[in-house]
Design a protein around this ligand. Sequence first.
Ligand SMILES: *Cc1c(COP(=O)(O)O)cnc(C)c1O
Length: 457
Amino acid sequence: MSSPIEKATPYDQFNIEIPEDHFPPEGISAAAAKALVNSEAWTDANPMLNLSSFVTTYMEPEAVEVAKHNILKNYIDHDMYPQLFAMEGRMVRWLHELWNGPKDLEPYGTATVGSSEACMLAGLAHKWNWRKAREQAGKDASRPNMVTGGNVQIVWKKFLRYFDVEPRIVPLKPGNYRLTAEHLDQYVDENTIAVVAIAGQTFTGEDDDIQEIHDWLDAYEKKTGVSIPMHIDGASGGFVNPFLYPDYKWDFRLPRVQSINASGHKFGLVPPGIGWVVFRERKIFNEDLVFYVNYLGGEMPTATLNFSRNAFQIALQYYQFLRLGFDGYRRVMQHTVDNAQHIRDVLVQSGYFTIMNETQRIPVVALTLNKKYTNFNEFDVSGKVRERGWVLSAYQMPPDAETVNSLRIVVRPHMNHNVCSILAQDIVKCCEYLEQHGGNSTPPKLHDTHKTATSKC
Ligand SMILES: *Cc1c(COP(=O)(O)O)cnc(C)c1O
């Protein structure tokens, strides 16, 4: 008689029922668990075709090995893994230099889970510094505000609400999707903890007018004596600008820029989740925000919102910096931006689209359908190309540009020119089909937070 094991067929592993609303009563084999998990995700998007996300979806085999080698390490345990901690410190210094931090100042910064955590830490530092200065001057310190453009990523709205800072969000308008100095006088005052400007924004890929905002704040200080720092949200631009546009001053070369964040898992080319925040100098990160603990053996400082986190992304960021070097990043970013330009040219020439990002710094192509096409919209195009596997986001722009829809393509470093041509042709074919047959998508209704958080004060 054969044992059940011998009788088992490869199909048995799929023939297991997963309970919907109670905890699985007993275990199954590793092979069966693997098959079940993988099969449940079969209908999810293919990450290689996900051009809706900015986050890394390609790793070379050696990087996978490095990840595996470090996956069981808790990064926060610096006493156990001091060498990983040393890598982080070295990378903070490299980034400070890459972002043109003054050489005579002591860099300070940290790896985070993503730019979100990095932005929160920077926001807290500015809130603390503002409050300290106000208290020292004997002034009211109860009503901090922060000024951003309506194009900010959701993390800033979270920061403002979670940490009780009044949002002063300058609305966009159709045709202008960036923060400029134009209306700052209506938003900035002595209670402004910082102005956040973006390098490589989420909606169109553009940069805010960083230099103009900086100069406006200089003039404001001359006039009022109130000095307001800038934070640069370089989630995407932080790993593109230094390599491609060395003469462009978006970073610590501007004296008012006190902190910069970037997503290691976007154009830093590491899988999720890693981000970075780097301060112009040590003293900007208020010592009151640092805690010292000794639970894990040895006293260590901790100043991140998360405590435990995986170490593999830190090791992989180090791997990528060593593997690619400045020249490697430059080449990767150049071919990716060239591919973005190619897709942009084909789509504009097709006659269907108008480009939304005037300057093409990061490899993002943001398009809006030309007005004459009234029987389908950007959401239809996104839905239709999905039939070919491509994932492109379509969305309404933030207030007061919400009448404009966008179709966005985040061109990824793992795509070559041919693949980009196929994508561009697929989009044009979908438009031709939709022009003939019409579409039926209505823009999804946005929850109130997207709308109301933009009010001035
Ligand atoms: C992605 C992004 C964020 C949030 O970053 P995560 O790394 O996803 O946490 C913040 N700001 C901008 C401009 C972004 O593009």
